[in-house]
Ligand binder design. Structure first.
Ligand code: SF4
Ligand code: SF4
Length: 96
């Protein structure tokens, strides 16, 4: 039997998301983020949902794996809301 190795991008692409357009489950206060020097969210999110747009933090909650890593690593409290998505919304893992 041969096992096909898949890249992280391929594996992440197997997940299915029901995005709650009305109620984001993670919300940032960008004025706090602007003062955050290290910005660990840029490197710890496995889905790479935190990016920089110029100097400003850009965040996209669609595609969130609900792992909670950003919540743990955000020491400057720029994440002002983190909760699991409402029922029927969020990620469905289709591999593993
Ligand atoms: S919960 Fe996990 S996947 Fe979702 S934004 Fe935070 S670090 Fe990224
Ligand atoms: S770690 Fe928290 S406070 Fe710092 S930039 Fe990221 S979300 Fe904002």
């Amino acid at each position: 039997m041969t096992v096909k190795r898949q890249s992280p991008e391929e594996l992440l692409g197997l997940n299915k998301f029901m995005v709650d357009e009305e109620e984001p489950h993670i919300v940032l206060d960008k004025t706090i983020c602007a003062k955050c020097k290290d910005k660990p969210c840029l490197v710890v999110c496995p889905a790479v949902l935190y990016t920089l747009k110029g100097e400003e933090i850009n965040f996209e909650y669609a595609g969130c794996l609900e792992c909670g890593t950003c919540r743990v690593m955000c020491k400057n409290k720029g994440i002002i809301k983190w909760q699991y998505p409402r029922g029927s919304f969020g990620v469905s893992f289709r591999c593993g």
